[in-house]
Design a protein around this ligand. Structure first.
Ligand SMILES: *Cc1c(COP(=O)(O)O)cnc(C)c1O
Length: 386
């Protein structure tokens, strides 16, 4: 007897489709990020060399700059001395994953409950505002809390001014739940610029402000670490350089022997000929000046490719440098294939091993940090172990 053809999808019928097969055959068609953990470890070695005797807190906030905080922390666990995150939740996630290194929480704690959570998980909150000292109060937390104070030496965003600092330091040190001799840190606003003067002024102000502090000190982000060896301190806090991004507004990452960790690839899902005068994509931003070949790649802003990338943004098709044309859409981009050998199924690299992310970032009016952080959950991750 022939089964009647179902005319309507029912939960029972749907269940028969399960498990939905892994997309092995179609995976090549989808955006994929490849994370080269040997590059990450190499970059940590560059940071360590620049740090001299100073210890390293690896910045793994924002899910390890989009690379996966746990993946990054695992790869770096024997190369760095601790980790730095922005939020208490990010710190707790690392503890949950089993990391026992020191973890500094930049935004600190907002109340007693959070302070107790931090103490019990050996997380080290940064205090940057009096309201935090007020709300944490004079009670203990079961375990002593290791704390840091942030001093504002020129960024003017968060932190105690040098005037407010002595009082904040004395008040925080006197709290019952807090370990004596808080650490002190500051953050550079312009260490990435060729002009050294603003950073030198921040360093001098920090040294003056902390002259009587017995605790640990920390000044440098990646740019500070590479460009201001005289900054000193006990700890450095590199982020972008670990991921192979260029910390400076001039220069290139490779000039500092930094290697790209993240490579974002997809593939061509269509090629077509566009006639002279025809426009491509939403809004018709690009009009073909002549009859020309155009490639369509399976990636868009829904994956984290920057929507603001203009015509001419570099991209690599099958190993050849090509140019983006037309507006980036949610799932697709279009590429000028004039002079390029390409066919459907060919690989497309948006940034990474063959194309520095900083070149794409600067074409798209942003920085590598943002491109890394905004990769979406739709992008499959492939990890190359060291
Ligand atoms: C993010 C951050 C860093 C790391 O900066 P990079 O430029 O990525 O090296 C260091 N310190 C603080 C306070 C930060 O917020």
């Amino acid at each position: 007897m022939v089964e009647p053809t179902p005319t309507r999808l029912t939960p029972k019928l749907l269940a028969e489709f399960n498990p939905i097969p892994k997309e092995s055959a179609t995976r090549l068609r989808r955006p994929q990020v490849t994370l080269d953990l040997s590059a990450l470890r190499h970059n940590a070695m560059i940071a360590k060399r620049a740090a001299g005797g100073r210890k390293i807190l690896a910045a793994v906030k924002a899910d390890g700059y989009g690379h996966g905080a746990v993946t990054v922390a695992h790869a770096l666990r024997d190369r760095v001395d601790g980790f730095m995150v922005a939020t208490l939740g990010e710190g707790e996630a690392l503890r949950q994953a089993g990391f026992t290194q020191r973890i500094v929480v930049l935004q600190g704690v907002m109340n007693q409950t959070e302070a107790r959570r931090a103490a019990q998980r050996f997380l080290e909150p940064v205090f940057h505002h009096t309201s935090q000292i007020d709300t944490v109060g004079t009670v203990g937390f079961g375990l002593p809390l290791t704390v840091w104070l942030k001093v504002d030496t020129g960024m003017h965003r968060v932190g105690f001014t040098p005037n407010e600092f002595p009082d904040a330091y004395a008040r925080l040190s006197a709290l019952r739940g807090v370990r004596p001799n808080p650490g002190v840190l500051t953050h550079f606003a312009r260490a990435d610029e060729p002009d050294a003067a603003p950073t030198q002024a921040q360093i001098a102000l920090f040294q003056q402000t902390t002259a009587h502090c017995a605790g640990e000190l920390s000044l440098c982000n990646s740019a500070g670490l590479l460009a201001f060896p005289e900054a000193g301190g006990d700890w450095v806090r590199p982020g972008i350089m670990l991921y192979g991004g260029n910390p400076f507004i001039s220069d290139t990452a490779s000039k500092h022997d930094l290697r790209p960790v993240m490579t974002l690839t997809t593939s061509l899902i269509a090629t077509r000929t566009v006639q002279a005068g025809e426009s491509v994509g939403y809004g018709g931003r690009f009009t073909a000046p002549e009859t020309m070949p155009v490639g369509v790649a399976a990636i868009g802003y829904g994956d984290g490719y920057p929507r603001h990338a203009p015509d001419g943004t570099p991209i690599v098709v099958n190993g050849q440098r090509a140019r983006l044309i037309g507006r980036v859409s949610m799932d697709l981009i279009t590429i000028d294939l004039r002079g390029i050998k390409a066919a459907v199924g060919d690989s497309v690299e948006c940034w990474g091993a063959q194309l520095p992310i900083d070149e794409v970032a600067s074409a798209a009016f942003t920085i590598s940090y943002e491109l890394m952080c905004q990769l979406s959950g739709r992008v499959a991750r492939h990890i190359i172990e060291p």
